[in-house]
Design a protein around this ligand. Structure first.
Ligand SMILES: [Zn+2]
Length: 110
């Protein structure tokens, strides 16, 4: 099976967000680089990034998603929100938790 490099995520969290979003669209993907955090000083810089690969046949539709994803990233405010359920930090440009998939809480004052 042939795979193609789709996207280089800034970190493991972003890599997992991309993975979840692609899975929702029935696109299988593979992430490399996510378990290289230990001994980072000896590794080249790009080992900190998560590389997202998809099957060659899914590449075009995955590319469409990445384009949308990048647009949303620019439109939304930077920063993070904390999930009410699992207390994980998610970036503001996604609306459901990357970890447990719960929707972002609407009532931010509680
Ligand atoms: Zn959560």
């Amino acid at each position: 099976m042939k795979t193609k490099l789709l996207y280089i995520a800034q970190n493991t969290i972003e890599g997992n967000i991309i993975k979840d979003e692609l899975n929702e669209r029935n696109i299988a993907c593979y992430i490399t680089g996510s378990s290289l955090q230990a001994g980072i000083g000896e590794l080249p810089i790009d080992a900190m990034f998560s590389k997202v690969y998809v099957k060659e046949e899914d590449f075009e539709s995955a590319k469409v998603f990445i384009k949308e994803y990048k647009v949303n990233q620019k439109l939304d405010k930077p920063g993070n929100w904390i999930c009410d359920f699992c207390k994980e930090n998610s970036p503001n440009y996604i609306t459901s938790c990357w970890n447990c998939s719960k929707e972002k809480g609407i009532n931010l004052n509680s």
